[in-house]
Design a binder for this molecule. Structure first.
Ligand code: UDX
Length: 436
């Protein structure tokens, strides 16, 4: 099947490579010539395990190519629109300019019977708004949200939990869903649920899934606040809660909270859209979810202040982590970097390190000092703060080896990823989030 993918950011680059790997002939389109050149050489623009291999084999076999010219999408049976919907500056709403531009620019190249599948995360109601552009060209619109996680993007794209397709009811919509079934043939061999629904439901599955995940994290972080006041241990609480299969242990990791290019902006955009619809109260709790999340960053800073008894100015703090989560070089709305910036603002001598994200972090916050290795960051540190739970920090640090490098013996575990007893037994002052 001939497929075009409009927008080669995180989602689009992975989607294009994945589609080519299952036998489709794919063209990826993006307005950024540098990105297109790199992708055309089979180079991944982001750190994503498995993506470079997939890109290279696609490009080498000729099944995958990239272009800045949207006219190259002509002749494809399916056009996936995968452009970004970032937070609008100065507002909570999503910036829909890129989605609108993609649809408008694609329209002249559509043929009768083509399927346009929107994958971008959008406010509910968007598909209905965009449908006319597609219909005028004789093509059919489907809304096909994407649920991939950074760091697992290739696996999630090739082997998703479910495929959701929103279409208008009737024969046209049914046909479009059939075409998407063919596009996703490989996942469907594994009996992946293929859910056909209406536009609004398809759009809502995505935003409500992210809202649910964010709520789950903020729930446990709220419990961490209660644990801090009562002497309880939130990690044991989460383990005990998680045994109830109705609750489940995943996404009950208390710490400095969620960040990245999706959850924070998606819950804000959802709340903003609900307000536009006159439904402020329905998802008013998402404002609280956001507030709890942001408080936890401040709590990590407070722990450093407590441990240094307020003498933060000039204290050397090794910040381990900059990416918003491990297996990613993404620093968009990263709680890890936010903690580093706050400590720097208080006068600490902060040295940040991360196995993948230092270049992106440096570009965003050039005022901070960076180390290219963990040990370089640890050298002479008075305080260590772990803010991204990479294996290099979580599993591969022994308290004695670290003590040989640092001046101080204070460690703040912003991700509750270390064995507190082990560090305490080796003479460290260990502070976790929501742990006694
Ligand atoms: C998320 C959704 O999981 C994915 O389905 C959607 O398509 C895009 O948004 P992603 O942003 O890649 O994916 O990251 P995710 O793994 O969900 O983690 C988000 C944030 O939550 C990270 O900052 C992570 O550190 C934090 N988190 C996660 C916690 O603080 N505690 C947890 O228990 C789990």
């Amino acid at each position: 099947m001939r497929i075009s993918v409009i927008g080669c950011g995180y989602l689009g680059a992975v989607h294009a490579a994945a589609m080519a790997s299952i036998g489709h002939e794919v063209v990826g389109i993006d307005v950024d010539p540098r990105k297109i050149e790199a992708l055309g050489r089979g180079e991944a623009p982001i750190y994503e395990p498995g993506l470079p291999e997939l890109l290279r084999s696609g490009v080498e076999s000729g099944a995958l190519r990239f272009s800045t010219d949207i006219a190259e999408s002509a002749g494809s049976a399916v056009h996936f629109v995968t452009v970004g919907t970032p937070q609008l500056p100065g507002s909570d709403a999503a910036d829909m300019r890129f989605v609108r531009a993609a649809f408008t620019e694609l329209a002249p190249h559509l043929r009768e019977g083509d399927v346009v599948a929107g994958k971008s995360t959008v406010p509910v109601g968007t598909a209905t708004e965009l449908e006319e552009i597609v219909q005028t060209a004789g093509a059919t619109l489907a809304w096909n949200p994407e649920f991939l996680r950074e760091g697992w993007a290739v696996q999630d794209t090739l082997d998703p939990d479910r495929i959701v397709v929103g279409v208008r009811s009737g024969p046209e919509g049914e046909r479009a869903a059939g075409v998407l079934r063919e596009a996703y043939w490989k996942a469907l061999e594994k009996d992946t649920p293929f859910i056909i629904t209406d536009f609004a439901t398809a759009e809502l599955v995505k935003v409500s899934a992210n809202a649910f995940l964010a709520t789950k994290i903020s729930f446990i972080n709220a419990m961490a606040e209660i644990a801090e006041a009562t002497g309880a241990d939130v990690t044991q609480l989460a383990d005990a809660l998680g045994h109830d299969v109705r609750i489940g242990r995943r996404f009950l990791g208390a710490g400095i909270g969620f960040g990245g290019g999706c959850l924070p902006k998606d819950i804000r955009a959802f709340a903003a859209r609900a307000e536009e619809l006159g439904l402020r109260d329905s998802v008013g709790f998402l404002r609280e979810v956001d507030a709890i999340n942001l408080r936890r960053r401040e709590r990590a800073v407070q722990l450093v202040l407590e441990e240094t008894r307020g003498a933060i100015v000039g204290t050397r703090v090794a910040v381990l982590g900059a990416a918003f989560k491990p297996h990613s070089d993404d620093v968009r709305d990263s709680p890890a970097l936010d903690v580093a910036v706050r400590l720097h603002g208080l006068g600490a001598r902060v040295v940040v390190t991360d196995p993948q994200a230092v270049p992106n972090a440096r570009a965003l916050h050039p005022q901070l000092t960076y180390a290219t290795s963990r040990d370089e960051a640890l050298r002479d540190a008075d305080v260590i703060v772990i803010v991204t739970e990479w294996d290099e920090y979580r599993r591969q640090m022994s308290p004695d080896d670290v003590a040989a490098l640092t001046d101080g013996r204070i460690i703040v575990d912003g991700r509750n990823c270390l064995d507190a007893e082990l560090w305490r037994a080796a003479g460290w002052r260990y502070r976790g989030m929501g742990r006694p």
